[in-house]
Design a protein around this ligand. Structure first.
Ligand code: CP
Length: 313
């Protein structure tokens, strides 16, 4: 198989178009493994992966664990509350102690932007950024690209609207970089207080009114309001946010007939997304979660070097 010459996955900017295509193509094979009765192949037998989640997670953490297990890698999981960081150990000391146990990969989620970038040059194991502060969430963007390509058959030339708290969203940033790289047009939408000041420099259009923003779009990606990252509320009440910026059946009347609605989760139902849309015919939200396992299997396989020793099986 063609080479994938990266030790770490820190952000979407480091990946070439060919890298992204290779990850998505590999994830197609991995998805087939996940659909078998026996969902396990020996590909990463003898490899060790540490999942270190310094911030809460349901989807990313569970899917990295399942991905490693389906490839027969050995895994351990640490959370901040269960680690000696609660006794004052630094992140770097924690990582160096984990490195002393000779893992092949460390998957890190951290509330500080740049935390995985700080570890990567110091640690021999590969580092996967599983979300760092408001910076990036590259594996989410890759599973989103996979889901869009699976549903639409391509990425080039698609029109995508990303709606919500763009300013605090690592998912938005990674998706903007990835979608633009793959030739999609991106429009962002949300309250002016949640749009980055330099938005146009990201190569996106800005339309504050979501009903306008979703017109003629192939993909509508709705984002959660990141209350945990806002120093003060950037809109008066959740009810007002829902009235002016929430996506519901009425707003969706402006969408293309074959548009898909995405959300990385967790959803605040009734705030940024109404239940009749989240659970409705346009929604591919749970398919994103399914695809998250396949894409993370592909990344473990490519980063640990399984592709150098033969087939997936
Ligand atoms: N989309 C996402 O990162 O979800 P979790 O926070 O549950 O991992």
């Amino acid at each position: 198989m063609e080479g994938f010459n990266h030790k770490d996955l820190l952000g979407m900017g480091q990946l070439s178009v060919r890298d992204i295509e290779l990850i998505l193509d590999t994830a197609e094979s991995m998805k087939e493994v996940s659909q078998r009765d026996i969902k396990k192949v020996p590909t990463l037998r003898g490899k060790s992966i540490v999942n270190f989640f310094y911030e809460p997670s349901t989807r990313t953490r569970a899917s990295f664990e399942l991905a490693a297990k389906r490839l027969s890698a050995d895994t351990i999981s640490l959370s901040s509350s269960g680690s000696s960081m609660t006794k004052g150990e630094t992140l770097m000391d924690t990582a160096k102690n984990l490195q002393a146990m000779n893992p092949d990969l460390i998957v890190l989620r951290h509330s500080s932007s740049g935390a995985p970038h700080m570890l990567a040059p110091e640690i021999k194991a590969g580092i996967i950024n599983a979300g760092d502060g408001t910076n990036e969430h590259p594996t989410q963007a890759l599973l989103d690209l996979f889901t869009i390509r699976e549903k639409k058959g391509r990425l080039q030339g698609l029109k995508v609207a990303i709606i919500g708290d763009i300013k605090h969203s690592r998912v938005a940033r990674s998706n903007i970089i990835g979608l633009k790289k793959m030739g999609a047009d991106v429009t962002i939408s949300g309250p002016p207080t949640m749009i980055p000041v330099n938005a146009e420099s990201l190569g996106v259009d800005v339309i504050n009114n979501p009903a306008e923003a979703i017109k003629d779009k192939d993909v509508i990606m709705v984002l959660r309001i990141q209350l945990e990252r806002q120093s003060k509320l950037l809109f008066p009440t959740a009810r007002e946010y829902s009235t002016y910026f929430g996506i519901n059946r009425e707003t969706l009347k402006n969408a293309k007939e074959d548009a898909i609605v995405m959300h990385p989760g967790p959803i605040n139902r009734g705030v940024e997304l109404a239940s009749d849309v989240a659970d409705g015919p346009f929604s591919v939200i749970l398919e994103q979660v399914t695809n998250g396992v396949a894409v993370r299997m592909a990344l473990l396989y490519l980063l640990v070097g399984g592709h150098k020793s033969g087939n997936i099986d």
